[in-house]
Design a protein around this ligand. Sequence first.
Ligand SMILES: Cc1cc2nc3c(=O)[nH]c(=O)nc-3n(C[C@H](O)[C@H](O)[C@H](O)COP(=O)(O)OP(=O)(O)OC[C@H]3O[C@@H](n4cnc5c(N)ncnc54)[C@H](O)[C@@H]3O)c2cc1C
Length: 379
Amino acid sequence: MESAGTAGATAVADTRGEPLDVVVIGAGQAGLSAAYYLQHRGLRPERDFVVLDANEGPGGAWRHRWPSLTFDAAHGLHDLPGLPLGVPDPKEPASAVVSRYYGSYEQQYGLPVQRPVRVARIEDEPDGLLMVTAASGETRLTRTVVSGTGTWDRPYWPYYPGREAFAGRQLHTHDFRSAEEFRGERVLVVGGGTSALQFLLQLDAAGATTFWSTRRAPDFTATPFDAEWGVDVERRVNERTRAGLPPLSVVAATGLPLTETYRAGIEAGVLVSRGKLSRIAEDAVVFADGSREEVDVILWATGFRAALDHLAPLQLREPGGGILMAPDAVSVVREPRLFLVGYGSSASTVGATRAGRAGAAAALRRLRADADRRVTLSA
Ligand SMILES: Cc1cc2nc3c(=O)[nH]c(=O)nc-3n(C[C@H](O)[C@H](O)[C@H](O)COP(=O)(O)OP(=O)(O)OC[C@H]3O[C@@H](n4cnc5c(N)ncnc54)[C@H](O)[C@@H]3O)c2cc1C
């Protein structure tokens, strides 16, 4: 495992050595925020806690955002604790801005980020410990885990009849790079979120013929995206995770901001949905109203799901399909050694920083209770 602070050094884990206090999984906004607060409150990097990140370099999910997504076209980025982002060049790709910012942050605070390390599974061990196993087979024993693995690694592809028979190209937001690739092609964009809107406008400008499919009428809203509205969105997402249901993504719950650019797109007929898809043919798509369009490409801008496969051995899924979360929105009801940050109501740039703080505080509370229990047992 390679540490950000000691590039090139390799620390092969001793599985039976002293357990760590905390393993943070993921060095996105949520994981870095958690790491900052763990360190700030006295945990020692490498000795007491580490951060394991699957990426090749800093930036979390933002590292992978398509190059044409400039910083001003993203919806903004909340500061990490202790180091403001400043005012980046609005025309620089968001992926470059955020990767540089997170990288400086890791360096400035000497955070013990080891990468690339993909955690494959977490399992229960004797003595109240958890075993964290990387895809490489390396293992770490720990008393608690703060998991901030985001959603980028779990693109969601909905099923429609005929999808497998489509002879053209199909790709997901996850794999989109540049609208220029689609010049002169007929492209169906599926999905009702802001990624779909941005793709449609870019594709149209690049000379593609676009069609848009959404399951419901696009949810354009003139509501100001203020604090009160933000609290309401988080409350609605929280209601689901506290009932053990899979989270509705925060971004999905926000609706679409009716900006000047989007208004112009609607007026130009580019941002007008043809409605729900009914089926897919070899060279065409058929909408629910029976209309049909020949297309070369289907771009699935259909969102992401929480990347939680590594937690499967802990068997945390409720009958509703989600993980039952405590009222603090970071503690897992069935597993008191595990904290989820950037999950459910904190799966936004504002929420992730705050959840990192709450996750670190909850892990430290658990460690104190655990230490008290061990003192009592040994007395
Ligand atoms: C296309 C897209 C657009 C978005 N736009 C917005 C927006 O405009 N506004 C907004 O508020 N939010 C937006 N979001 C939500 C976004 O996810 C949050 O803003 C925030 O960046 C998430 O931070 P995070 O730390 O939770 O996750 P991420 O930034 O995804 O970081 C997770 C990290 O965990 C690592 N990881 C994953 N699995 C493992 C594993 N098994 N082992 C080790 N490491 C692992 C990943 O490599 C990654 O580095 C968007 C998300 C997507 C996908």
